[in-house]
Design a protein around this ligand. Structure first.
Ligand SMILES: Cc1cc2nc3c(=O)[nH]c(=O)nc-3n(C[C@H](O)[C@H](O)[C@H](O)COP(=O)(O)O)c2cc1C
Length: 214
C-alpha cells in the first residue's frame, strides 16, 4: 500500500501557497488509487518542541556515558523516524522564512537526522536512502539564477544537504516565487510572473505525484 507522508510548516492556514501545493500533491496521490494512503503531519498546527537534549543527535551507542535524554523526547524521536520509515514518498511544504526554514520544520529535521541511526557514522546504515522527497518552497520574492537575490536562498540548500546528501533521499524541488506580488504594491508589476511561477509549480507537483505514485 503506497504511503505518502504529507508535511506542512506554513504558519498561514488560509491562503498559504505551499499548503495549496502540497495539498494538490496529496490529492493527485490519492487519485492514483484507493490503496494510496496519506499520513499527515502539520508542523505548525501540532508543533514539536525544540530538540531538548543534544545527545538525541546521536544513536544510543554513540552518546556520552551517563547521558539520559528525556524518555518522552526519545519516544517522540522514535515516532517521527518510524513515520518517515513507513512512508514511500514525502512531500514537504517549506516556505521561505527570513531566507531560511520555518523553525517548526527545522525542529522536525533536528529530530530525524540522527548520527548512527538515520545517517551512516560508525556503521553503514542509511534507512531512508533512495526514498523520494518533494520539497515545495514558496517565497515572497524571487531567488532565481540571475536575479538580484540569487544565492540568498537558505531554505532549499540546507534541505538538500540534510535530506539528500546526508540521509541519501532522492530530492525533487518545486518553487513558487513572488507570492507577495499581490500584496505589496511596488511588486504589482510582477503579478504575471508570480502567476506563471504558480502555474508551473502546480504542473510540477501534479507530474511528480503521478510519477512517484505509479
Ligand atoms: C516570518 C516570515 C518571513 C518571511 N521571510 C521571507 C524572506 O526572507 N524572503 C522572501 O522572499 N519571503 C519571505 N516571506 C514571505 C513568504 O515566503 C511568502 O509569503 C510565502 O508565500 C510563504 O509561504 P506560504 O504562502 O505557504 O505561507 C516571509 C514570510 C513570513 C511569514
Amino acid at each position: 500500500m503506497p504511503q505518502l507522508l504529507h508535511i506542512d510548516s506554513s504558519a498561514e492556514l488560509e491562503t498559504s501557497v505551499s499548503r495549496t501545493l502540497t495539498g494538490l500533491f496529496a490529492q493527485t496521490w490519492r487519485e492514483q488509487g484507493a490503496d494510496h494512503r496519506v499520513v499527515r503531519r502539520d508542523l505548525h498546527r501540532a508543533q514539536l518542541p525544540h530538540l531538548p537534549d543534544a545527545e538525541l543527535h546521536y544513536a544510543k551507542r554513540l552518546r556520552k556515558p551517563g547521558s539520559a535524554p528525556d524518555a518522552r523526547a526519545e519516544a517522540l524521536q522514535a515516532e517521527l523516524i518510524a513515520e518517515v520509515a513507513a512512508s514511500d514518498v514525502l512531500v514537504i511544504g517549506a516556505p521561505m522564512y527570513n531566507w531560511s526554514l520555518p523553525s517548526t520544520l527545522k525542529a522536525w529535521i533536528d529530530y530525524i537526522h540522527v548520527l548512527g541511526t538515520t545517517v551512516p557514522f560508525d556503521e553503514p546504515n542509511r534507512p531512508f536512502s533512495g526514498k523520494p522527497v518533494v520539497i515545495v518552497s514558496s517565497r515572497g520574492n524571487t531567488y532565481a539564477p540571475g536575479s538580484h537575490n540569487a544565492g540568498l536562498d537558505f531554505t532549499i540548500p540546507p534541505l538538500r544537504e540534510v535530506l539528500g546528501s546526508s540521509l541519501g533521499m532522492q530530492v525533487s524541488v518545486v518553487t513558487a516565487e513572488l507570492t507577495l506580488a499581490g500584496r505589496i504594491p511596488p511588486m504589482a508589476p510582477l503579478a504575471e510572473r508570480a502567476s506563471a511561477s504558480l502555474e508551473q509549480a502546480e504542473n510540477a507537483v501534479r507530474e511528480l505525484a503521478i510519477e512517484l505514485g505509479s
